[in-house]
Design a protein around this ligand. Structure first.
Ligand code: 5GP
Ligand code: ZN
Length: 134
């Protein structure tokens, strides 16, 4: 399969690995938002959150938690963002599920997305739709 992260997992493409077990690999992002920006991936190829089996996601989440604490404590960060871009429209470029763990510092200048307000009755309508979709 022509997947860059599968190739990294197979060792065909080099990476800076920070953690590995039977199911999960964590390695440095090649183009970090901040130094220590780490990608956590399942070793099995799942394209996105909808594809991954719940049991696999649980194992992945346990590692994400460990990496978050490690990048914070060992790199002198004050916090971290955990993000997953799900689908191309959400900014997913590599179609192999991965979580970004990004160490954060007060003065790193990184800004998150702008936010808006709901109009009259809009939140109620949206809640109805989401509940029907679960
Ligand atoms: P996405 O936009 O799909 O959520 O994030 C993909 C991430 O993978 C990007 O942050 C990008 O820098 C990283 N990336 C892409 N190709 C490689 C690679 O060959 N090696 C490593 N270590 N990271 C990569
Ligand atoms: Zn893959």
């Amino acid at each position: 399969m022509d997947c860059i992260f599968c190739k990294i997992i197979a060792g065909e493409i080099p990476s800076f690995k920070v953690y590995e077990d039977e199911n999960v690999l964590a390695f440095l992002d090649i183009a970090p938002v901040n130094p220590g920006h780490t990608l956590v991936v399942p070793k099995k190829h799942y394209e996105n959150m909808e594809e991954i089996l719940e049991a696999e996601l649980c194992k992945l989440t346990v590692v994400i938690k460990k990496i978050g604490k490690a990048v914070k404590d060992s790199l002198g960060a004050e916090g971290y963002n955990i993000t997953e871009n799900n689908g191309p429209v959400a900014g997913q470029i590599v179609p192999h599920l991965h979580f970004h763990v990004i160490p954060r510092r007060q003065d790193d200048g990184l800004k998150l997305w702008p936010q808006e307000k709901y109009g009259e009755g809009e939140a109620e309508e949206i809640v109805k739709k989401i509940k029907n979709g679960i």
